[in-house]
Design a protein around this ligand. Sequence first.
Ligand SMILES: Cc1cc2nc3c(=O)[nH]c(=O)nc-3n(C[C@H](O)[C@H](O)[C@H](O)COP(=O)(O)OP(=O)(O)OC[C@H]3O[C@@H](n4cnc5c(N)ncnc54)[C@H](O)[C@@H]3O)c2cc1C
Length: 271
Amino acid sequence: MVHVKEYYVATSLEDAHQRLKENPKNALLGGGTWMKYTHRILNQLIDLSKLGLSAIEEDEKQITIGALTTLRDMEVHQSIKALGDGFLSQALGSIMGVNFRHIATIGGSIFSKFSFSDILTPLLTLNVSVKLYPDEIKPLEAFLEDKGDRTKILTHLIIEKQEGHGYFKKVAQVINDFCVVNVAIFKEKETKIAVGGRPQRAKLTTEAIKLIKDSKTFDEVLFTKVAQQGVQELRFGEDDRGSESYRKLLAETYIARGLKEVYSKWWYPFI
Ligand SMILES: Cc1cc2nc3c(=O)[nH]c(=O)nc-3n(C[C@H](O)[C@H](O)[C@H](O)COP(=O)(O)OP(=O)(O)OC[C@H]3O[C@@H](n4cnc5c(N)ncnc54)[C@H](O)[C@@H]3O)c2cc1C
């Protein structure tokens, strides 16, 4: 369990940032669901709850989600549900139980860059940026590739409103477990495919989607080729949840099925 010497409620983002800089043993608190299981010995645990970071705001172009928004509030939000036939809501809803999701926050989930994350996988297939304090906005993909700076504060997640079709599949040994693998696909004008829990962190395919771009026919033969290419270009590994070959087989199967699903919705939107 985590040990905390002092609990501190930040009065501003600058206040929280200064405290993070002051001492490497000072850390931010999201929902605390992950933090509490760590063996960290902290000097100060910094609570951001008085800084107005738990709202979901939107305009016609984007949805802006405060870092302290709970996974449950995101999951049930109408505009999140509207994205990609609800694939992001489905991914959020696959994490533990409702009570847990009422506590865990999106800021803690994104900043931790968990390799088993069920949230990063669908988010990578959308146009998403993260807003960090001080003064930085960057695409989610670039943020995930960064080494990371523990003195930064994730303040908002910005999701562009897109009208395409989405697919999400999490394979787990038992309900509430971490994934063996997860797959997300989003098709608007272009198609994006991400695979997570390989057991490395979620990543987009690059070569596989070129096969779609270069193709004039979209059928099961193509989807199988794309799935095979996706598995070939991403790195898979082994842990106690599954072997490398099992993960590859799952990913290939669900990429092909997902493509079939999103393309059939694209062709027959009213079914
Ligand atoms: C038992 C269990 C099962 C889980 N299963 C799954 C699963 O199946 N799929 C899945 O995707 N996830 C799963 N998770 C992860 C879960 O979603 C995380 O606990 C959650 O993402 C962490 O969110 P939190 O708000 O509680 O963060 P916290 O535990 O409060 O913080 C986590 C880390 O993020 C930092 N942090 C928090 N907020 C910010 C911020 N705004 N800016 C910068 N840094 C910040 C903290 O300092 C800390 O280092 C599981 C977790 C647990 C404990």
